[in-house]
Design a protein around this ligand. Sequence first.
Ligand code: GLP
Length: 241
Amino acid sequence: MKIIRTANYEDMSQKAAQLMIDKIRQQPDMTLGLATGSTPKGVYAELIKDHNKNGTSYKKITTINLDEYIGLTPSDHNSYRHFMNSELFDHLDILAENTHLPNGAAEDMFKECERYEQLIKDLVDIDLQLLGIGRNGHIGFNEPGTSFKSRTHVVDLAESTRKANARFFNFIEDVPAQAITMGIASILDSREIILLASGSAKAEAIKQLIYGETNEKFPASALKLHPNVTIIADEEALSLV
Ligand code: GLP
């Protein structure tokens, strides 16, 4: 794993965005795997800035997101679909039909997992997957204990994850108990992975990722089995490394 140390959140966002922009310019029809959460927001703002200033085009880009809450419709303000539209897609020239997220309101979740996994296969390869990391080492919504062989599946969210994400909701009771997420094997199929981390709340997780054992108790450790992973993290997130 390559580590890029940045001064702060802004610097992390700019460096990650620049890496992505360079690749998009080289390969304008690439497939990007995208993430939600607070961490990638700055990267998305930088991509929008660059699109407006330098005209980087997303007309031929396909995106596929890691996960979605179960029980929220795409128009729900707390859904990841809403997050992606408002934080990124609505501000680019990307075609709506080329942006993919699991449907958390699907009637049959088993079929939805199959549909999504098939989509990942049909899109051939995710060229570049962007990831954040949960404090307990989750990637996407793959909580501790998830098999490294997992494909798109339904998960029960850990109480700590619901608490950590409660800040986006009015009440903790409103945070869904389940989500649909790409599996760890689906994530590892990506050609290249960038993991972002910012702030002291992520320092323990980053320390464990770098120095800890590779096992299913700590989902992000699966990334050590991948040949092309870059961690872009700020001083605070790297303070224990
Ligand atoms: C959620 C998302 C993850 C994300 C994590 C960290 O649980 N499903 O993809 O990496 O939160 O979020 P944040 O960046 O807000 O700390």
